[in-house]
Design a protein around this ligand. Structure first.
Ligand code: URA
Length: 435
């Protein structure tokens, strides 16, 4: 078999056989198929798509490219959640402790941020001492002891995706439904969870720009999960503006702490309650979503969710004093206020622009080797539909970059607040649930 023939076959719109898909993934993982042929194949898939059977074989081939984690030593139903990526998305930091405080078992392997999207691991690493590198045994022990753990993917988990994702990121082939589905589901299936809650983001700050694409992606992933006997449900969430008010690593951890104290922004909390109530039903802890929501409200009110976060930070070596006294987090050298030039209502606030701006301020990576400035980012003061008076604060920028570097970014952030005379409806973060 020659990979060039398979690229041509896909390029011309034909279906690949199971054997051909496995040959590509095996060869690419082992190094006998070079990057340039895999990027051509990814581009052909992006343009020509894949059938259900092809996507399911691709997922299976990727899943078996490395080790499969055995979580059977964790008592109870294991639940996991995965977001397709967003801006200001600190959901896992809030939702994980919330569901664990209700008795669910969450063994979560997260990723790092790249480009305009943030990563849960980077956020957690802004807590001094926090260890994301854990063995399978440590993961199992932590979840059995306290109910939740958020760690980095072990080296041997889906090596095919590690190579392919990095390649797609620099070859314009991220936004392919078959490739995103196989990438996410191969990792979730290999990480040994029983039930999966997918947060499929849509809008400017997401890979899926409209509801039809998001629906198709969600349906594809839910079908793969079900086919392999995992209870899989997807929430479609709006990412046209950032989630919550904070964008940037330490800023987002502080917002997560506030949220666990019951002072979270409306959109973030709605997403956490909606996703969490589904997860509690998946874990057979709540009989229905309504009961699940009540349980989640209770653990926020009585402080148990916050305590669970403290326990997890402590278990993973983090300095708990930062969680108890968030004012300890380092503040950037430059703090710049952005104020409105006119009165009116915020009509739009582009999540992609905010995500890219945060990255340029030092809060994200342009390449995998870049070092993140944990204190950098943007704190929003207004969101879509907010009333604004002339001179009022729109956002505060935090950065250690030089004035020459940050001034154009500040200008861009200011311009992305589109203010008009007419009042607008608030965006609803939950667009649809697909099960
Ligand atoms: N997240 C992933 O893990 N993979 C993708 O392809 C896109 C988002």
């Amino acid at each position: 078999m020659r990979v060039v023939d398979l690229i041509i076959k896909k390029r011309d719109g034909y279906e690949l056989s199971d054997e051909e898909i496995r040959f590509w993934i095996k060869g690419y993982t082992e190094g006998s198929i070079p990057d340039y042929q895999s990027s051509a194949m990814s581009m052909a898939i992006l343009f020509k798509g894949m059938t259900k059977r092809e996507i399911s074989t691709l997922t299976d081939a990727m899943m078996h490219s490395g080790d499969i984690v055995d979580l059977s030593k964790i008592k109870g139903i294991k639940v996991d959640k995965h977001s397709t990526g967003g801006v200001g998305d600190k959901t896992s930091l809030v939702l994980g402790p919330m569901v664990a405080a209700c008795g669910a078992k969450l063994a979560k392997m997260s990723g790092r941020g790249l480009g305009h999207t943030g990563g849960t691991l980077d956020k957690l690493e802004s807590i001094p001492g926090f260890q994301i590198s854990r063995t399978e045994e440590q993961l199992i022990k932590e979840v059995n002891d306290i109910g939740c753990a958020i760690i980095g993917q072990t080296k041997s988990l889906v090596p095919a995706d590690k190579k392919l994702y990095a390649l797609r990121d620099v070859t314009g082939t991220v936004e392919s439904i078959p490739l995103i589905s196989a990438s996410i589901m191969s990792k979730k299936l290999a990480s040994g969870t029983d039930a999966i809650l997918l947060d499929v983001t849509l809008g400017e700050g997401a890979f899926m720009k409209n509801i039809d694409q998001a629906r198709e992606l969600a349906r594809t992933m839910v079908d793969i999960g079900k086919h392999l006997n995992r209870n899989t449900i997807a929430v479609l969430s709006d990412m046209s503006e950032p989630l919550g008010m904070a964008v940037g690593n330490a800023l987002e951890v502080k917002e997560a702490i506030e949220s666990l104290h019951g002072r979270g922004p409306k959109d973030l909390m709605k997403l956490c309650y909606t996703s969490g109530s589904i997860m509690l039903v998946q874990a057979h802890i709540a009989k229905d979503r309504e009961e699940g929501r009540k349980m989640l409200e209770e653990v926020i009110k009585n402080g148990k969710a916050f305590e669970k976060f403290v326990e997890m930070v402590k278990y993973q070596g983090g300095d708990v004093s930062y969680i108890l006294h968030p004012e300890k987090f380092e503040i950037s050298r430059h703090v710049i206020e952005i104020r409105a030039d006119r009165s009116g209502y915020v009509q739009s606030l582009n999540a992609l622009t905010i995500g890219e701006s945060s990255m340029k301020l030092g809060g994200g990576r342009e390449t995998l080797d870049d070092v993140i400035d944990m204190s950098a980012g943007i704190l929003l003061n207004k969101k879509v539909a907010s009333r604004v008076e002339k001179g009022e604060l729109l956002a505060t920028v935090y950065t250690n970059k030089s004035e020459e570097e940050y001034l154009p970014v500040v200008e861009t952030i200011k311009r992305t607040f589109v203010i008009e005379d007419r009042a607008f409806e608030e965006l609803d973060v939950i667009r649809e649930i697909i099960d």
